[in-house]
Design a protein around this ligand. Sequence first.
Ligand SMILES: NC(=O)c1ccc[n+]([C@@H]2O[C@H](COP(=O)([O-])OP(=O)(O)OC[C@H]3O[C@@H](n4cnc5c(N)ncnc54)[C@H](OP(=O)(O)O)[C@@H]3O)[C@@H](O)[C@H]2O)c1
Length: 298
Amino acid sequence: MNDKIVLITGATGGIGKAAAIALAKQGFTVVIHGRNLQKTEQVCEEIRTATGNDKIDLIVANLFSLKDVRNMANSFKQKYKRLDVLVNNAGGIMGKDRETTIDGVEKTMAVNLLAPFLLTALLLDILKNSNDGRIINVSSNSHKLNAKPDFDDLSLEKGYNPLRAYGNAKLFLIWITQHLSQTFNQQGIKNITANALHPGAVATNFGVESNLGAVLNFIAKLARPLFKTPEQGADTIVYLATSGEVKHSSGKYFVNRKQASVAEKYYSEKNEKAVWDYCMENTKAFKSPVNLEHPGSK
Ligand SMILES: NC(=O)c1ccc[n+]([C@@H]2O[C@H](COP(=O)([O-])OP(=O)(O)OC[C@H]3O[C@@H](n4cnc5c(N)ncnc54)[C@H](OP(=O)(O)O)[C@@H]3O)[C@@H](O)[C@H]2O)c1
């Protein structure tokens, strides 16, 4: 019998939903996160029927709001005292005009970086209750193709474009995954791993509703028939969530189940610390009970 509990963000469609179905088939208790109650309830029912697994639960939060992220973590912890697998999957590319959230943060950074950062921090105490806790962050190859960070302007107040913002956020998500893993080592936490992955180019709702501009919209439409299915896109998530082969892998980046290289161009300890501090600063009002101060901070 599988008594493991997984929480998957953005599981109402695309890769997240496919991962939820695959893990439900393996007997996990699957908590589906969505931002619309009705849609999330429908997906839950669909997964119960398709898999015969009744242990499908839901949680609703808009990840553009850090308060919602905190409420989501609190409700989860009221119901569950342990979390075995956290899949920070929700994310996406925004439109051609820069927009900010209720917290005043650029939207791409909010959903792809700050929401997973805060959610992970707030759930760490119950991930520690697992004997095999796994944090899985869905990043993208776009961190290699499109990232061009300005460390004095992480919110892209100048020079915003949707691909650059997305590439930056996915690069930073890998960096915080690596840093979390180092923190676990330093704090002697041996029962939680943190890894990131690229799911491939997958035919989902990704980018479909973003107004990227005529040229990018056209290219995306043209390339779509070549994309992976959501099930294929979810494969590396399911592998990282379940395989014994990666039980002790941490701080790594995976593509097609294999460890892959991360772009080095913008990495330095100083830059990584700037990103970590940016995450800490922007989420401090929603503070985590866990000490995640960067060792380089005063
Ligand atoms: N598809 C690709 O080719 C590709 C490639 C590389 C990386 N990725 C990454 O893979 C992950 C999954 O993407 P996907 O392709 O499955 O895209 P998708 O079909 O658009 O699904 C994204 C999921 O995230 C949710 N979401 C988005 N913004 C949210 C918000 N503010 N609050 C709450 N939920 C939110 C969506 O909820 P709604 O249903 O309510 O919209 C949906 O469930 C993303 O992190 C994406 O960046 C995708």
